[in-house]
Design a binder for this molecule. Sequence first.
Ligand code: AMP
Length: 194
Amino acid sequence: MRIAIFGPPGAGKGTQARLIAARFRIPHIGTGDMLRDAVRSGSELGRSVKDVMESGQLVPDELIGEVVAARLGEPDAARGFLLDGFPRTKKQVGILDDALESLGVGLDGVIVLEVPERIVIARLAGRSRSGDDGEVRADDREEVIRERLRVYEEQTEPVAEIYGRRKLIVTVDGTGTIESVFERISGSLQELVR
Ligand code: AMP
């Protein structure tokens, strides 16, 4: 199964992505996680993206494109994968198309988690106080949250439209408990691979 998951910041995308990857036994390729790891490790990549990430903006398409293309070429991704946080711009859709074409594969579907903006803001404000995995993210401050939502609407919603035209979108209601959202997604994915 080769899928991508979309949703505004705070939609619970990362949490759901980890659960889906475990249930369907596919690697979770989360670009936000990969970049945060790079920042933490102090690598050249990490140093080059730190400030952009903390401002709530997107890192350059070519840079993240190379990271993802390399990751998709690793042996464990041959069985399938779940992309979380990529592609996020129209340009990245092209980069992904090329990478998949050279691997001779295609996406089976794109999950869009729908969560109303007021719920997203409330969730993110909670995360900035407590951390969703015991860790406070540098980009979970209120003004950065608003910037991330703006960037999502401006750059990432058009990406969903592209996949909509390709008839790959599976829309899932992202409100409710983690478990109930996960069951909804699993149900949709089972339909998809049948
Ligand atoms: P996320 O955890 O997916 O919300 O990503 C956190 C931050 O990492 C984003 O606000 C961006 O600065 C950066 N990032 C993650 N994925 C991408 C991507 N596909 N393109 C550009 N920037 C990204």
